[in-house]
Design a protein around this ligand. Structure first.
Ligand code: ADP
Ligand code: MG
Length: 243
């Protein structure tokens, strides 16, 4: 088994003449929580899209546990255990918050027995409480605030029991008090062995969760270091922190 659960090799993606990813190499060891940082427009979301199959890279490779998954459809990559959330989650109109979580649980699950069904229902109720969505469980998911949609999208991602969880700005729009709760939830998920790649601007959040940060700028990774070392890197300060 590969030492790295997720890796990219010389990954490239351009939009017209704009080379957003210009040969990006990352290597994420199993069980690690990695922060993916960089200025706005540096290609962080594009990177998650290319890794998770929502966008086909122009060149290079994406490897899951050493096996190439480059160019596979997003659902095929999800079935292999890599689940991602979106920067701006969209929610189906007619489904309640509880429905969205329940639908998430059906993928690949065997609901054959009453026991399993009851177990899943109790897991969903637990997630609703954990993510402080229990009081809105019967409301349409589309009526949630931006922050609540983020929470629901993370909760739904967890229903798929990912091996690798990629989160695109999980705390943007989330009430500051809830951010610490998300840190605690993700810490406990990671303690169960789930590897994470987290795109996030809140450096307090990043320091609490990530042992290592990658900084993307002008098409490539310009730094790979623990969060507390970022401010010592002049390229990072110039490209990102200084702004
Ligand atoms: P980040 O998430 O780091 O803010 P993005 O990955 O969203 O950055 O975008 C990187 C660059 O690629 C931006 O200049 C953006 O305008 C451009 N871009 C992203 N997606 C598309 C697309 N589908 N078509 C054209 N340009 C895009
Ligand atoms: Mg983005």
């Amino acid at each position: 088994m590969s030492e790295f659960i997720l890796a990219t090799r010389a990954l490239k993606k351009a939009f017209g003449a704009h080379k957003v990813l210009d040969g990006v190499d990352i290597s994420v060891p199993r069980g690690e929580v990695v922060g993916l940082l960089g200025p706005n427009g540096s290609g962080k979301s594009t990177m998650l899209n290319a890794i998770s199959g929502f966008l086909k890279p122009d060149a290079g490779e994406v490897l899951l546990s050493g096996q190439p998954v480059t160019g596979l459809e997003s659902h095929a990559i999800a079935r292999k255990g890599l689940i991602r959330t979106f920067q701006l989650p969209s929610m189906p109109h007619r489904m309640t918050v509880r429905d969205v979580l329940t639908a998430g649980s059906r993928t690949g699950a065997n609901l054959g027995s009453i026991f399993k069904r009851a177990q899943q229902e109790s897991e969903i109720e637990d997630l609703l409480v954990t993510f402080k969505l229990d009081h809105v469980a019967n409301q349409p998911a589309s009526s949630l605030s931006g922050g609540q949609k983020k929470l629901l999208s993370i909760a739904t991602a967890l229903r798929a029991q990912p091996q690798v969880l990629c989160l695109d700005e999980p705390t943007a729009g989330v009430h500051p008090k809830l951010r610490n709760d998300i840190v605690d939830i993700l810490t406990s998920i990671n303690a169960r062995g789930v590897t994470m790649v987290i795109v996030e601007h809140d450096m307090g959040f990043v320091r609490n969760l990530c042992k290592r940060c990658l900084v993307l700028d002008r098409g490539s990774i310009i730094a790979d270091c623990p969060p507390e070392k970022l401010s010592e890197d002049s390229r990072v300060v110039e490209a990102y922190l200084g702004k």
